[in-house]
Design a protein around this ligand. Structure first.
Ligand code: PEP
Length: 251
């Protein structure tokens, strides 16, 4: 089995403005721009994509978007299409739990976004994860398996896919999943991929997300089915984010 290159992706969410985002990008680029052996991605707000790209030019840090429409064009006020993002980003987050919870996104819609993005040559970072009540009821594995399968309905471009297991109860709470819990669930995700596309299961990167920081990243990355991290809060602090990149990289 070919080794999977780890991924550290930062989701800035609705934080930073153009000026502060550009400054943050510059700092990250200076600290981590040359680290190899890891795919490094930052996902700023749409309005900062151009300036963040300029601030990071010459580095190997890639840029992602935080969302995309499944529609190609037309009367969708406030939405951003894949063709608008082509050439600007290499990745896009789809199905983040905040969009599922706050914007009512369904797994069907997430699947449509992932398919549209991949067709445009933009790699989807597809998020799934259970909330606390599901975990407490002992249903985390079956919930996540169903959610992932539904979110990949009709999806075919396995080379470009990144999956992010993000338990809702761990996002932004400071309470990360244990490495055992994260391993168990990323393995569940990999088995879903194996069922849908047997030949892709060992090459698709499966990330963990939820309160990752420099204190817990090494243990999480040491798990056999965890290929990196999707990072919220810690991606807004250049030094902390760079420590995560350093932990995943080879120099
Ligand atoms: C996220 O929002 O994807 C996330 C993982 O956030 P945090 O790292 O802040 O928990």
């Amino acid at each position: 089995m070919a080794a999977r290159t780890p991924v550290i992706a930062g989701n800035w969410k609705m934080n930073t403005d153009v000026e502060s985002g550009t400054a943050l990008a510059k700092e990250i680029s200076e600290l981590s721009g040359d680290v190899s052996g890891v795919d490094k991605i930052v996902c700023p707000p749409f309005v900062s994509i151009s300036s963040v790209t300029s601030a990071m030019s010459g580095s190997s840090i890639q840029i992602g978007a935080q969302n995309v429409s499944a529609n190609s064009d037309g009367a969708f006020t406030g939405e951003i299409s894949t063709s608008m993002l082509q050439g600007l980003v290499s990745h896009v987050i789809v199905g983040h739990s905040e969009r599922r919870a706050l914007n009512g996104e369904t797994s069907d819609q997430v699947a449509a976004k992932a398919i549209t993005a991949a067709e445009a040559g933009i790699s989807p970072i597809l998020c799934i994860g259970e909330d606390l009540s599901v975990r407490q009821a002992g249903n985390a594995s079956s919930f996540v398996a169903h959610q992932l399968e539904a979110s990949l309905d009709g999806y075919a471009d396995w080379d470009s896919l990144i999956v992010a297991y993000e338990p809702v109860w761990a996002i932004g709470t400071g309470e990360a999943a244990t490495s055992e819990q994260a391993q168990e669930m990323t393995a569940v995700c990999r088995e879903v991929i194996r069922k849908l596309a047997p030949s892709a299961a060992d090459s698709v990167r499966v990330l963990y997300g939820g309160s990752v920081n420099s204190g817990n990243v090494a243990e999480l990355l040491a798990q056999p089915d965890i290929d990196g991290a999707l990072v919220g809060g810690a991606s807004l602090k250049a030094e902390e984010f760079s420590k995560l990149i350093a932990a995943a990289g080879s120099d």
